[in-house]
Design a protein. Structure first.
Length: 85
C-alpha cells in the first residue's frame, strides 16, 4: 500500500511538470514562449516510452525522462527532469 501511495505521489508531481516547465521558461526568457522554444522527442523501447525535452531557448539543453508506459507521461517525466536540473 505504501508503494502505491509513493507511486501516486510521483505521478501527481509529474502530472503538472510540463506546465511548471513552461512557467519557469517564460520567467527565465522574460517573454512568452513560442512553439520552437521547447521540443519533445519520444522513442519507444519495447513496450515503454522515453522522451527527451530540448530547451531551445536555453542553449538547446536536453533532458531525458524515465521509461514510462505512456508517451504523454514520458514527456511529463522529461519535463520533470529539466525542472530538477
Amino acid at each position: 500500500a505504501a508503494r502505491r501511495r509513493g507511486a501516486a505521489a510521483m505521478n501527481a508531481m509529474i502530472a503538472e511538470s510540463k506546465n511548471e516547465l513552461n512557467s519557469f521558461l517564460q520567467k527565465y526568457c522574460k517573454r512568452p514562449l513560442t512553439k520552437t522554444d521547447i521540443e519533445y522527442k519520444t522513442s519507444k523501447y519495447g513496450m515503454q516510452y522515453q522522451a527527451i525535452v530540448t530547451l531551445h531557448c536555453m542553449d538547446k539543453q536536453e533532458y531525458a525522462g524515465h521509461l514510462c508506459d505512456d508517451p504523454k507521461v514520458a514527456e511529463k517525466s522529461a519535463a520533470q527532469q529539466a525542472l530538477l536540473a
